[in-house]
Design a protein around this ligand. Structure first.
Ligand code: AMP
Ligand code: ZN
Length: 116
């Protein structure tokens, strides 16, 4: 996707601070962190949101891989023991601003119990 900011990061056409990468997934620091650790876990494949995921990944291989990457990324960020929060924003009311599926990993401090 030519206009997609995360596809540009994946292609290396935009800078990012990568903390993890493999053949299917990359993780890089969020530009506007809301906590000491704030990284985005992103499939290299352009999938707009969770709503399109099953259609684009019918066997679920990418979904499983992505899920299994989360603790590896958390380990790389030093929060696997202290804990962290995963967030996926979907669509307008969900607050999704970049239409390329991504999971936020947030941590590095006590985030409390709140959802908002
Ligand atoms: P969301 O609102 O869930 O779609 O999250 C998009 C996230 O991408 C926001 O937290 C932004 O700060 C982050 N972001 C946007 N552009 C960049 C970029 N070039 N590098 C790193 N993070 C970015
Ligand atoms: Zn994209």
């Amino acid at each position: 996707m030519d206009s997609c900011v995360f596809c540009k990061i994946i292609a290396g056409d935009l800078p990012s601070t990568r903390v993890y990468e493999d053949d299917k997934v990359i993780a890089f620091k969020d530009l506007n962190p809301v906590a000491p650790v704030h990284v985005l876990v992103v499939p290299r494949q352009h999938i707009v949101s969770i709503n399109e995921f099953a259609e684009q990944d019918p066997a679920g291989e990418l979904a499983i891989h992505l899920m299994n990457c989360i603790p590896k990324v958390a380990e790389a960020c030093g929060v696997v023991e202290s804990g962290y929060r995963l967030i996926n924003n979907c669509g307008k009311d969900g607050g999704q601003t970049v239409p390329h599926f991504h999971i936020h990993i947030i941590g590095g401090e006590d985030l409390g119990p709140g959802l908002r």
